[in-house]
Design a protein around this ligand. Structure first.
Ligand code: ZN
Length: 490
């Protein structure tokens, strides 16, 4: 046999072995067995829950920024509404008001060896005008088919009320707590430019040198696996959050009268820079978290999709490519993204500006830093373009999926939502949770709501709504999770 023939056979054998390995690995990847415990959910009257949320929606707690600065009456009314709606909670917990409007509820436990638990929600909502809504956004209209319509029904008064209702139900059953439980309701999550709520609550805890076993905020929800070609339901738990920064890029070139422009103008050069950013996004990368996401989803996948997911490490370049083109959402999971959001130029139609600027809202993937991003942009755009970061929060640390808190969360999901897999993932938006790292290593983002794509699209949009069945299960979820993690066992 010729030497080249031996080499060819060896290569073929190696490829064959790898393919066999990939096939076997696919076959032996299976969903874990559920070991859900039987339990009796707390009593929850769905219609009553819906009415309570309707009342909450009717108090327009729009974040107090821009034209809403100083409009605090809704927040004061909202506090009173909570007191009226949840009598047992207000009898049991001490309530501390932070910075005028943020609320911290403290339920005392009797085992001081356990770190306290912390549940977050925000009271504020984004503004809404009635245009395009089937019912006015602050009407809290309840429809015959069991929905409550209105701003905040999903984001996030529904979540907050499910938490409160769950707690109220436990107190009604006479439950007491092993560990201390805190509910923290900030008042300025939505604008992203105001830091008067959650950050002040965290300062309050830091001053008291407090640490929490875990912090749970909004973030991932439950989605039908079909959306990803997977059987069953997927409970998405945000275990980290991308960094969020605003980077200004600017070009300075002497302007003047628009009747005799130079060949290169500041606006033209800024346009070139923006086109470069669009054409050359930052390179893709796998983060540990995205690897976890893949690993867990692959256990539920089938057919060719399962083959690709299980063998993601070997097929990495192909999978990354698929992610970048499949959707803007999957693209955001594998890279730092640039969104040009604002432009500043001349004040007059017939004047060439001396300086033009664009704001690039940048979401930084776990593992990269603002310095990496600035370096990339400077190299890409060259000398004539100035790059300056004007606001910045770093990607958050990653919560531990082997922790007691994550495991309890996962077990409770298994109990309350049968046939639902828990999937850890990187949250690509921002939440109040990002401020809580100084007080806990285990900060997770999960709302116990089964959400379709249609539901998702209504958040911050028109016809935001919530169904009474969603509210009921969410209430039972929170009650069960608190019971599993914080209630004294007899
Ligand atoms: Zn929210």
């Amino acid at each position: 046999m010729e030497i080249y023939q031996i080499v060819l056979i060896a290569i073929a054998a190696a490829i064959g072995a790898v393919i066999l390995f990939m096939i076997l690995r696919t076959i032996f990847t299976r969903p874990p067995k559920s070991n859900a415990k039987q339990f009796t959910p707390v009593e929850a009257d769905a219609d009553k829950l819906l009415e309570h949320v309707s009342g909450a929606i009717q108090i327009p707690t729009v974040s107090m920024v821009e034209e809403f600065v100083g409009q605090d009456k809704p927040f004061l009314d909202f506090k009173k509404y909570l007191e009226k709606t949840f009598p047992l909670i207000h009898k049991t917990a001490s309530v501390t008001v932070i910075n005028g409007y943020s609320l911290v509820y403290h339920f005392k436990g009797n085992d001081s060896s356990l770190l306290p638990a912390c549940f977050l929600s925000h009271q504020d909502v984004v503004p809404a005008t009635p245009d395009g809504w089937d019912y006015p956004p602050f009407s809290g209209k309840i429809t015959d088919d069991g929905y409550v319509y209105g701003r905040g029904s999903q984001d996030m008064k529904g979540h907050m009320f499910a938490l409160l209702e769950g707690m109220e139900a436990l107190l009604k059953e006479g439950k007491t707590f092993s560990r201390d439980v805190y509910f923290c309701f900030g008042h300025d999550e939505e604008p992203g430019t105001s830091f008067e709520g959650a950050p002040k609550i965290v300062e309050y805890f830091v001053e008291k040198k407090m640490k929490f076993e875990f912090v749970l905020d909004e973030g991932g929800t439950i989605m039908d696996g079909k959306m990803l070609g997977v059987k069953g339901m997927l409970a998405m738990i945000g275990i980290c959050e991308k960094g969020n920064s605003d980077i200004e890029i600017s070009v300075k070139l002497k302007g003047g009268h628009a009747s005799n422009p130079k060949r290169k103008t500041a606006v033209g050069q800024l346009g070139v820079a923006l086109a470069k950013i669009q054409k050359h996004p930052m390179p893709t990368r796998w983060t540990t978290v995205t690897k976890y996401t893949f690993k867990e989803i692959s256990k539920r996948a089938s057919g060719p999709l399962k083959f690709v997911m299980v063998n993601r490490d070997i097929l990495s370049p192909l999978v990354k490519k698929i992610f970048t083109v499949a959707s803007s959402m999957t693209n955001a999971l594998v890279r730092t993204t640039f969104s040009p959001t604002m432009l500043w130029g001349s004040d007059a139609r017939n004047t060439l500006p001396n300086e033009v600027k664009a704001n690039i809202n940048t979401r930084i993937i776990t593992g990269e830093t603002i310095e990496d991003v600035e370096k990339y942009l400077r190299k890409l755009l060259g000398k004539g373009v100035e790059v300056k970061t004007v606001a910045y929060t770093a990607p958050t640390p990653v919560g531990d999926i082997k922790s007691y808190a994550y495991k309890s969360l996962s077990d409770t999901i298994d109990e309350v939502f049968p046939n639902t897999a828990t999937i850890p993932y990187m949250f690509i938006a921002a939440s109040d949770a990002r401020f809580y790292f100084p007080v806990s290593d285990n900060v997770f983002r999960f709302g116990p709501f089964l959400n379709s794509l249609d539901d998702q699209n209504r958040i911050h949009g028109i016809n935001e709504r919530l169904h009474k069945d969603q509210l009921k299960t969410a209430t039972q979820f929170f009650a069960r999770f608190i019971e599993n993690t914080c209630v004294k066992k007899d």
